[in-house]
Structure formats: C-alpha cells, structure tokens
Design a protein around this ligand. Structure first.
Ligand code: ADP
Ligand code: MG
Length: 690
C-alpha cells in the first residue's frame, strides 16, 4: 500500500529507526502516551511541573543566541496573559520560514521553568484551521528519534500517516486471534482495537484496546515459549537419577556442617524429582545472596555421581570458580570425589593432562569458568551442569550445554538476582523455577544507612570501631564504561585516601582491569584477613564470601541500580555479627534516586527490591535480560504493570496447547499463521528462543 507523504527517504528512515517497513508495521507502532487535546492553557497558568500542554498564541520575533553547541534560535511566544520563550537547537534556518510572526498558532510542548523564565524547546506549532482537521480529544503521542525529527517525522506526522492509512482501509482489519480466545477473554476485535489505540473514541475504548493488544502480544509470546518447551522436552529426553547412594548420604550425614534450611530441603527434593522424571531438567534456582545455593548445587552434583554421571559447576568469573573449588573441595574432604578446576588461566600443560581424565570420567566434578564449555572439553558421561549466577550466561551458552552428552545433561541455573514472577514467566518461560526464600538461621539482617559525603568524617569513626573489633570492610566505587579512566582514577584516589585515614590497617585494591592472577592474589589477601580493608569496583559484586566482613561502604551510591546495590550489600551480613551497608551520595539527588535509596534502607527482601527495580527502570534495563540473549521488544505490554495479563495470557495459551499441542485443529490455523508471521518479523528477536 502506498503511504501518503512517505517518500523513499522517509521510508528508509522509518525502517532504520523504528523498524517500520510496511503500513501494517506502522499500525503496530503504538502511541506511548495520550494527551488531552481539548484543553488549551493560558501562559499565566504554567508551572514547572506540567507535562506536554497546549497554548494558543503568536510569535513576536526571532533571535539567534549562544555559540558552538549552545547556538540556538529563540522566539518570544505570547498570549493575552504573558510571554514565554521558544527554543530550537536544530533547523535554525528553516524555522522562521516555517512559522510566521503574528500568525495564531496552537503550540504543543513541554514547558521548563528556569527561575522566572519559562521556555519550551522544539515545540510543535499548528495553525488552528490545520489543527482542527483531525479529531480533537484524547490524542496519541508517538516516540520519535532524532533522525526522524530531522526528516520531519515527528509525532504529529506519524499520526497523520496513520490517519491516512486507517482512512484508506475501508474493510475491517482481519482478526489475529481465534474466536474462542476472544470470547473467553472478552476482547474487542483487532479492527476496533487498532483504530482506537491510535484514535480513541472514548477513554473506555482506549482501555479495552490496550487490554486487547497487550493480551495478544503476551499470548503469542507465551504460546511460542510453551511450544519450544514442549519441543525440547520431546526432542531431548532426559537422563534418570533414580539412586540416592553413598556420595550423597555420606556427605549429608558425615560432612555437612549444619542442618539444611527447609527451603534448601524443598529445593533438593524438587531437583530429585526432576532428575528422575525421564525429562531433561531445566531449572532456575533463585535465592537471595547468602541463602546457601552452593550447597544445593553440591547435593545435586552428588546425586549425579551416585548414578554414575559426572557433574560440572560453571561460574561467571575466575575468582568465583576458584572460591567454589576451594569451598567444595573442603566440604568433600574424605569422600573420595575427584574434583578439578579448569579456568582460562589453567596452564596449558595442566589442561592437557586434564582433558583425557575428563573424557574418561576419572574427574567426577569439574568446576570452572566458560572454559569448561569450550568444544575441546569432552566429558565421558556428563549428567548435570550447574550454572552459577546465570545473568552472566546466555541462552546460547545454555543450549551449548545440551550438546555435551548424547542425552542432554540436566541444567540447574542459579541466580541471586531475583526475577519477578511475571518477568520469569515471560523471559525464562521454558525454565522451571525454584526459590530459596529463607536464610540460614542466626543471620542478622544488614543495617543499611544513607549518608551524605559531607558527613564522611563521622562515618570513619564508626568504621574504625568495627576494624578494632577485628571486622573487615569493603569500600566500593562505581565503574561506568564510558569514563573508565576517570573511574579508575577515582578508585585510585579512594585507595590512597583510605590508606591515609587508616594507616594502622592493610588495604587491598581490586578492579576489573587487573590481571586475573593479580586480582586473585589481592582478593585472597582479604579472604585470609591479611588485609582488613578492600577498596574495589563492582568486581566483588557476585558471590564472593568473606563472613568476617561487616561493613560495606558504597561510594557514589546514586550511580548504582537497585539490584546492583542489593547484590553488593549481600557481600556483608554473612557471619553472625551485625553488619552495615552505608550508601554514600552527594546532597542533590533526583526523585527516583531518592526512592531507590529509600527502598534499600527499608528492606532486605531481594524479591521486593527486584519488583521495585522493575517498576523504576522498566524491564529493558533489568540486570541480565539484555545479556540473557533474548532481545526484549514488547511493543505495548509492560511487564512491571501487566503481570495479571501475563498470567491470563499464559493460561489461555496453555489451555490451547493442552487440547491441541501441534495446533492442527482448523480453528487454530490462525495461531499457526500468526506465529509464523511473528517469527519472521525482523524486530521480533524474542520469538527465536530455542
Ligand atoms: P549463595 O546463595 O549466595 O551462593 P552460599 O552458598 O555462598 O550463598 O552460602 C552462604 C553461606 O551460608 C556459606 O558460608 C554457607 O556455608 C552458609 N550456609 C549455607 N547453608 C547453610 C545452612 N543451612 N545453615 C547454615 N549456614 C549455611
Ligand atoms: Mg553463590
């Protein structure tokens, strides 16, 4: 279909910028918000907190101001109650041609207030007659990029093109869901939904359109995930671990230094059930920092050993792999289990000697980093792979594990980044989820305090007290990629200052740019207590365990995300003593930052924090989703708010697949077609999980 007002150049920009290639794509380019176009404000009424608003007035004159990148075109815009300033940084030459002086315009934009001056940057201006062309009332606003705006494809232009498209389509748009699904969930038709999402006739119809389109998006996502899961179950089959033998029992009764928590027991049972079901296990184990996941991993490995299989534990970093190796070797002492460590820095000669022993099955448990899923590493009979702190591992690597044995080994993925239920269902819909929702007994919750940098002096006093009692201290600095150099400098300065303030103590420093061996050695000094203060970047974020550390100071805490702060905090509070986490910030903070810090001081509950994080940041930013290998492109559903729709959509998809797993029934052909279409869509990267 010919798109009115869209020449080849604009078409190219639409494709490149927002992946809109056809008129249909554009119909699925939904407004990101709606504005009441029926109200026009007076300049006198404007204050600093207004969203996008409309004014009616005239331009009194233009002026060029500023130099270099601050060069801008300004105009005075007035109505009968006052004057404001309009500002353009782009298209400075064209604007005065486009918008004449002393012509009445309807202005649309977001006012900003500086002292007594009010200005609107890059406003949209329309003459009244043109403006009332379209429908007045609630109007959609479309996201546009810089390049789009430069090509005059601003929100209003998009809206006009969509008006034309919908005007040209006289027939009803064909349905995209089976009748039964529509009836059962009381959805409005796709035709009504698409027309009203762009041009809502009433607020009620807008709500119904949003519901219908969100449902549809989540429904197909779920249908796809569930189908892939079924396919995988059928294709892969599973190894069976029927025996609980000597390895497991001896360890459990002789070596285990403490009683398992009820949550640990429950999860071990779940894993036993899975590994004996004849299906391949793909389980996600979520447990807050310090909840004792390592032990669950080890018990699962022993189960594999009891059934004649090998086990592997994979960690995201060298430090963690080594720590696992050491902890586990010690836990297993006297049990005659052959454990080996394989990482990127294992010397070639050592590795060479190990490979045949892995292949023969002599090495029963291999612990390591990514190095252990390299193709050269062949196992004799790998039965279980544990992936620790999974947000550093992707779906792609997971699939690679499946090929490590003729029958795919069971996979247990562990994470301390709690994933809110709705997100887990959507992103990890193919994984079963276990949760350790209980900390080992005797732990005191970490006390978290927010302090301003100015008050640092008093803080050092309390820190010294902890040190005098024999405790250890972490001081963490942020690291942001773009200004790595500055951050390192910052860290270095922090290191020097710390040494000056605490001359009687030994200070370690660790950062990501250090050589692994060096980093390791420094870390080891802190673990052994040789150094009492650890100045570091977030490299210590994941998994490191020093129970004697009782204070964590986070510098520039405003630069960390919620989940990250929580992860860091998890490094303390691992022993029996009261621990503290101090969030240091400057005084001026944004509203959301204050909220983040308040949440941290109020709760230690990782799940609550994850939910809040999702609300504050939106799912695109959640740790790990991006690294997880699944691009996330929900067009309308919002996982932080639409949890209920996720559930309904999943139920609906499940019901259909239970009744017709291969979608063969005539009434389900539409589902097959839609899935195929969605899988083809270039932008729908998330449909390609397998
Ligand atoms: P995470 O879940 O963060 O990986 P770890 O497995 O490192 O936690 O466990 C944290 C600490 O708790 C370890 O020192 C471990 O020995 C201890 N621990 C684990 N389970 C128990 C338990 N049931 N009772 C007491 N301490 C436990
Ligand atoms: Mg751990």
């Amino acid at each position: 279909m010919y798109l009115p007002g869209v020449g080849p150049k604009k078409a190219e920009i639409l494709g490149k910028e927002i992946e809109v290639f056809t008129w249909e794509d554009l119909l699925y380019y939904f407004p990101y918000k709606y504005i009441d176009r029926s109200k026009i404000f007076k300049i006198r009424e404007i204050d600093g907190n207004m969203p996008f608003i409309q004014l009616r007035g005239r331009i009194a004159g233009y002026a060029l101001q500023g130099e270099g990148s601050a060069r801008r075109l300004t105009a005075a815009f007035y109505d009968d109650t006052g004057t404001i300033e309009l500002v353009w940084f782009r298209m400075r030459r064209q604007i005065p041609e486009l918008y004449k002086q002393d012509t009445e315009y309807i202005l649309f934009g977001k006012p900003t207030v500086f002292g007594h001056r009010i200005s609107v940057a890059h406003p949209e201006l329309e003459t009244e007659s043109k403006f009332y062309d379209g429908e007045v009332g609630v109007q959609g606003q479309y996201n546009t990029t810089e390049k789009m705006k430069n090509a005059f494809l601003h929100s209003r232009a998009i809206q006009k093109i969509i008006t034309q498209i919908l005007g040209n389509i006289k027939r009803t748009l064909s349905e995209t869901l089976p009748d039964a699904v529509i009836q059962h969930n009381r959805l409005i038709s796709i035709d009504e939904a698409l027309r009203n999402i762009h041009f809502p006739k009433t607020p009620d119809l807008l709500r119904k359109s949003q519901f219908r389109l969100k449902f549809e998006e989540l429904f197909y996502l779920q249908l796809n995930i569930l189908q892939v899961t079924k396919y995988r179950e059928k294709r892969l089959g599973g190894l069976k671990f029927p025996r609980v033998g000597d390895y497991f029992n001896d360890f459990y009764h002789r070596n285990l230094p403490f009683e398992l928590t009820n949550a640990q027991k429950r999860v071990v049972k779940e894993i036993r059930r899975d590994t004996n079901s004849g299906k391949q296990m793909n389980r996600l184990l979520q447990g807050d920092v310090g909840s004792g996941k390592t032990l669950v991993a080890l018990l699962s490995v022993l189960l594999a050993l009891d059934n004649g299989f090998q086990g592997a534990i994979m960690a995201p970093t060298e430090i963690l792999a080594v720590q696992h190796y050491e902890t586990i070797s010690e836990l297993l002492s006297g049990l005659n289990v052959e454990v080996a460590l394989l990482t990127g820095s294992t010397p070639k000669s050592r590795r060479k000697g190990m490979l045949p022993r892995i292949k023969s099955g002599e090495i029963q448990l291999l612990i390591g980093t990514h190095a252990l899923i390299e193709d050269v590493v062949e196992f004799g009979n790998l039965g279980l792979v544990v992936v620790d702190e999974q947000h550093r591992f992707g779906v792609v690597q997971r699939a690679k594990l499946w090929k490590k044995n003729t029958i795919a080994p069971h996979v247990l993925v562990m994470t301390a980044t709690p994933i809110p239920r709705t997100l887990a269902m959507t992103v990890y819909g193919d994984l079963d989820v276990s949760v350790i929702d209980e900390l080992p007994p005797g732990r005191k919750p970490v006390k978290t305090l927010h302090r301003y940098i100015k008050k640092k002096e008093t803080l050092y006093h309390s820190v010294r007290k902890q040190l005098q009692e024999g405790r250890q201290v972490y001081i963490v600095y942020p690291l942001i990629e773009e200004s790595e150099k500055m951050d390192l400098q910052n860290l270095q300065e922090g290191f020097e200052t710390t040494r000056q303030i605490f001359p009687e103590y030994n200070v370690s420093m660790v950062h990501g740019k250090m050589k692994t061996a060096e980093k390791e050695a420094e870390m080891q000094k802190f673990v052994s207590g040789e150094t009492q203060i650890m100045v570091a970047t977030t490299v210590i974020e994941v998994g490191v365990n020093v129970p004697n550390a009782s204070v964590m100071i986070i510098e520039n805490a405003e630069r960390f995300g919620l989940s990250q702060l929580h992860q860091l905090r998890g490094r303390v509070g691992r022993g029996a003593d009261q621990s503290f986490c101090i969030l240091l910030t400057r005084y001026e903070l944004s509203e959301t930052t204050r909220r983040r810090l308040a949440i941290m001081t109020e709760t230690n509950d990782g799940f609550l924090i994850a939910e809040e994080d999702l609300k504050l940041r939106g799912p695109g930013d959640i740790d790990g989703i991006q690294q997880s290998g699944i691009a996330f492109h929900l067009k309308i559903a919002d996982l932080s708010r639409d949890g209920q729709i996720v559930t309904i959509a999943r139920d609906s998809a499940q019901e259909i697949l239970a009744d017709d797993p291969l979608l063969e029934k005539p009434q389900h052909q539409i589902l097959k077609q839609q899935l195929a279409k969605l899988n083809q869509r270039r932008q729908a990267g998330w449909f390609m999980i397998s």
